[in-house]
Design a protein around this ligand. Sequence first.
Ligand code: NAP
Length: 295
Amino acid sequence: MKILITGANGQLGREIRKISTNYKNFKFIFTDINNLDITCKKSVSFFFDNNIIDFIINCAAYTNVDGAESNFELASKINISGVKILADMSEKYKCPIIHLSTDYVYDGKINARPYVETDITKPISAYGKTKLGGEKIIKNIEKHIIIRTSWLYSSYGKNFFKTIMKLAAKKNMINVIFDQIGTPTYARDLANVIMKITTKYSDSFKTEKSDFKFGTYNYSNEGVCSWYDFAYEIVRKANLKCQINPIETKDYKLPAERPHFSVMNKSKIKKIFNIEIKHWRKSMEKCFDETEIIT
Ligand SMILES: NC(=O)c1ccc[n+]([C@@H]2O[C@H](COP(=O)([O-])OP(=O)(O)OC[C@H]3O[C@@H](n4cnc5c(N)ncnc54)[C@H](OP(=O)(O)O)[C@@H]3O)[C@@H](O)[C@H]2O)c1
């Protein structure tokens, strides 16, 4: 099976690239904006006309949550129009697509329990709106998997985990928000889950009747925390002296509004794909062991 990975230089794409060597029976084509801009219909069509692709994993996205407030057009171009171009190719060439979405499609006002996939989506940020726009397009394709994930981090790219490590190495005290509750997701764990689903899809053709379940799935690590708790654990693990000071969202002005509560229920993905999920603390420790922070 030949798998196209778009946005392969991002943190998730790079984690998939790292584990791809464990999947010798798949052929991977890793692309990013420099060689396959998903918003350019002509190049994407040319690419699909000249490569036989059996499966798409779309990691390409505009992911700057605050930037999207003032760059809505660009965010929409990548997260909606680009996704439509890929969706058209998926339909035309009958290759399924795994598409990544976000907990920021939820408004965070549920409070009583973690979100299930069928809960109402009502994004409160421009980024969340564009990601929901992308989901709506993908949902029109027969063979799609949407994975809503949250608070993604890795030893690659820019993310909260690395930012806190760098700041804590330099400062005596950092203010971190405690009234936004969610779950961090180690991009390596997500990459493993994506490959497990992809393998399951590939294996389903070896049986007479494929019972592969397309659809929308929530995925993050297990457990619940605030950004403050996450930062506290990073600093503790790194054995740094920096004090983490809990503050309220209202005292840390950012362009984009974020949900106060976006914990997701992962029962569906665990049951359908027989997945065990690690607690976020365990995964953070693994990421820590693999990360070399240049301060
Ligand atoms: N990061 C999070 O906290 C988070 C949370 C929830 C969900 N997600 C979702 O998870 C997925 C993966 O996120 P990530 O953190 O790995 O993102 P990322 O690190 O920002 O990677 C996205 C990649 O897509 C590339 N890209 C941008 N525009 C493109 C285009 N027109 N054509 C092809 N590639 C393009 C980016 O290139 P440039 O860097 O050059 O722009 C980057 O290499 C995304 O769908 C994101 O929305 C992320």
